[in-house]
Design a protein around this ligand. Structure first.
Ligand code: TYD
Length: 212
């Protein structure tokens, strides 16, 4: 049994990642590939409990270090209990956000040192990296419009941070993509969902074993 492929979708708020993750999972299943579709923070019962701690607007919230540790703890459980066993079983794992979100949000937005975040990932998750990371990018205007039609005024604790924070996140994602061109591809998410999905499938089809 050959190991499955691990694909992550990344990007700021309102870029359409979740829609693209769903369309990608459906398209791969239609090609006979067994797919596990999951998300972060969350994906296992333990990690979903940590998700509530991280994103609910109750209480005073977390300092950037505590936030990074909680994301890393959730990821550790997710990798050990769901992602790694699925890959070993030959399934493809499509994950909405992964380690690059910690590097962009807690690092770029929160000011934590990138080397420390990578080290935390080594401790918690054996440094597991995706085979392919799709970075979906949209203009700030499109993101703002989609967020307001999706969330109204009910943003979670992190999504609701100011535009300065989100600009730092977007620029950190962009630098990550530049620094690892073999793992990342940039997807222009300014089109409608069906057109963006075509761009995604072109990139995914390049993965060894071919998906299309
Ligand atoms: P979610 O509702 O999944 O947002 P989205 O639809 O934008 O993906 O909430 C996840 C939030 O958590 C989002 O604001 C990004 C943030 N996040 C981090 O700050 N660090 C991380 O490592 C991860 C996985 C998510």
């Amino acid at each position: 049994m050959s190991r499955g492929k691990f694909i992550t979708l990344e990007g700021g708020e309102g870029v359409g990642k979740s829609t693209q993750a769903r369309l990608l999972a459906d398209a791969l299943r239609a090609r006979g590939i067994e797919v596990v579709a999951t998300r972060e923070p969350g994906g296992t019962p333990g990690a979903e409990r940590i998700r509530t701690l991280l994103l609910s607007n109750e209480g005073e919230g977390w300092n950037p270090g505590a936030e990074a540790l909680l994301f890393a703890a959730a990821r550790s459980d997710h990798v050990e209990r769901l992602i790694e066993p699925s890959l070993v079983a030959g399934q493809w794992v499509i994950c909405d956000r992964f380690i690059d979100s910690s590097r962009a949000y807690q690092g770029g937005g929160g000011g934590l040192d990138d080397t420390n975040l990578v080290e935390l990932h080594a401790i918690g998750s054996g440094g597991l990296l995706p085979d392919l990371t799709l970075l979906i990018e949209v203009t700030p205007e499109n993101a703002a419009q989609r967020i307001s039609s999706r969330d109204g005024d009910t943003a979670d604790r992190i999504g609701g941070r100011n535009t300065g924070y989100h600009a730092l996140v977007a620029s950190a994602f962009s630098s990550l993509a530049d620094s690892e061109p073999n793992r990342f591809v940039r997807i222009d998410g300014n089109h409608d969902a069906a057109q963006t999905h075509k761009l995604v499938m072109t990139e995914v089809s390049r993965l060894a074993g071919g998906a299309g």
